[in-house]
Each structure stands twice: as structure tokens, then as C-alpha cells.
Design a protein around this ligand. Structure first.
Ligand code: RET
Length: 238
């Protein structure tokens, strides 16, 4: 059952990646940068689920399967999700590189300390790194809700609207990850490994495919969003 769920992840993410690439190829309205970033997100997830489904992305720790490839997936894809959000919210992303790098740095710190939490053998070590990682997540989501929200208010209405939806989706969904971790095999073991795989699969589908679908099917917003710099340059070349 567990392996079946992981293969379902592979299939879902492969189909989503193909669909997002197709939307990117078809678009005439610009914002292609969002298609590229979002297709990389689902592409990396497809590969990660393949690694977990074949067993190459897992290892035994004290008799329990530890899917370390999740963390490799997250350390690549969560920065890209934040980049999508930042490019939507910021009118001049180029003038906010420091902020974007800070946001992504905090995010990478969150995932790496989460990996430490997942791979420690002592209860104290796991608890300590879990708390450090969760504090980083709260700080990160706080920055999204404060700074990015206020920046997005000066964007055109369609962009502002889709940013608000996606940022809220992000805050809610990301908050569930530490909860699933805590009740799963790496935490208190309240649910078994199969249920944990299922819950992470649902969260991953919503946070990556749901997010990408809402963003990439909103053509009005994409045409007016932060990818403008990229679009202008390609038009000049043409
Ligand atoms: C861990 C455990 C330690 C504490 C915290 C965690 C947070 C993980 C998050 C993951 C988000 C993943 C996404 C993936 C793909 O779409 C590492 C589970 C805070 C927030 C959004």
C-alpha cells in the first residue's frame, strides 16, 4: 500500500509537470518564468517520489524506514515556491534580492534543521531540532504575511488577488507539515508509516500541484505579474 501511494505520487507529479510545461508553451501573455519555476517544482517532486517508491530515497534507521529524499525534495522545492510568491508580490524583484535571499535562507535552514530532527536517535535531539525548525517556519510565514502581503498591495488587482489566495494556501498547508511529522513515525508515532506517507502525499499534491494550477491557469494575473522584466527583454530580442 505504501509503495502504491508513492507510485501515485510519481504519476501525479509527472502529469502535473507535463501539464504545466504545456501551459507554458501555449502562453502568449508572458509570465513564462512562473511556468518554468512551477514545472521544476513538480518535476523535482516526481523524481523524489520515484526515489522513495524504488527505495533508493529511503534508509533504515533503527528498524524504521526513513525517507530522507523528502528533505532533498523540500530543500529544492520550498525555495522555488517562495520565489513564485515573491515574484508575484514584489513590483521590483530585482531591487529586493536581499529580502528574497533572506527568505530562502530561512527556509533552507528550516528544512535542514528538520532533517536533523528526523535523523537524530535521541528523543532530546529530535525535540530540540524540531523546535528550532518550527521557530524558523513561524518566522518565515510571518515574513510572508507581513512584508510580502504589504508589497503585493501595490500590484494590479488580479495579481494582488492571486497572491493573497496562494499566500494563504501556503501558510495553512505549510503549517500542517510539522503536525504530520509530529504524529508520524519520526515524531510520536501516533499514526503508522502508510498513513504518514498518505498525509504527506495529500499535502504535497495541494502545496505543489494545487498551488501551480491556481497560479498558471490565471492568465490575467500572469500577464501583469513580476515576470514583466523577463517578458520585455524577450520582446526586444524578437
Ligand atoms: C518539518 C519537521 C520539522 C519541523 C518543521 C517541518 C516543516 C516542513 C515544511 C515543509 C514544507 C514542504 C512543502 C513541500 C512541497 O510542496 C521538516 C516537517 C517546521 C514546512 C511545502
Amino acid at each position: 500500500m505504501e509503495t502504491f501511494l508513492l507510485w501515485l505520487g510519481v504519476i501525479g507529479f509527472v502529469l502535473a509537470t507535463a501539464y504545466f510545461i504545456m501551459l507554458g508553451v501555449q502562453t502568449t501573455q508572458g509570465g513564462r518564468i512562473f511556468h518554468v519555476i512551477t514545472a521544476i517544482i513538480t518535476g523535482v517532486a516526481a523524481f523524489s517520489y520515484l526515489m522513495m517508491a524504488t527505495g533508493a530515497g529511503a534508509t533504515l534507521i533503527e528498524g524504521e524506514l526513513f525517507y530522507f529524499f523528502r528533505y532533498i525534495d523540500w530543500v529544492v522545492t520550498t525555495p522555488l515556491l517562495l520565489l513564485d510568491l515573491a515574484l508575484l508580490a514584489l513590483v521590483a524583484p530585482g531591487r529586493n534580492v536581499g529580502f528574497i535571499v533572506g527568505l530562502i535562507g530561512l527556509d533552507v535552514f528550516m528544512i535542514l534543521t528538520g532533517l536533523l530532527a528526523g535523523s537524530r536517535s535521541s528523543g532530546f535531539g529530535r525535540g530540540f531540532w524540531f523546535i528550532v525548525s518550527t521557530v524558523a517556519m513561524i518566522a518565515l510565514l510571518y515574513l510572508v504575511v507581513t512584508r510580502l502581503f504589504s508589497e503585493a498591495a501595490s500590484q494590479p488587482e488580479a495579481v494582488h488577488q492571486i497572491f493573497r489566495t496562494l499566500a494563504l494556501l501556503t501558510v495553512v498547508l505549510w503549517s500542517f507539515y510539522p503536525i504530520v511529522w509530529l504524529i508520524g513515525t519520526e515524531g510520536f508515532g501516533a499514526v503508522n508509516s502508510t498513513v504518514e506517507v498518505l498525509l504527506f502525499l495529500v499535502l504535497d499534491f495541494l502545496a505543489k500541484i494545487g498551488f501551480g494550477f491556481l497560479l498558471l491557469t490565471n492568465r490575467t494575473a500572469l500577464g501583469q505579474a513580476g515576470g514583466r522584466g523577463v517578458q520585455t527583454r524577450s520582446r526586444r530580442v524578437a
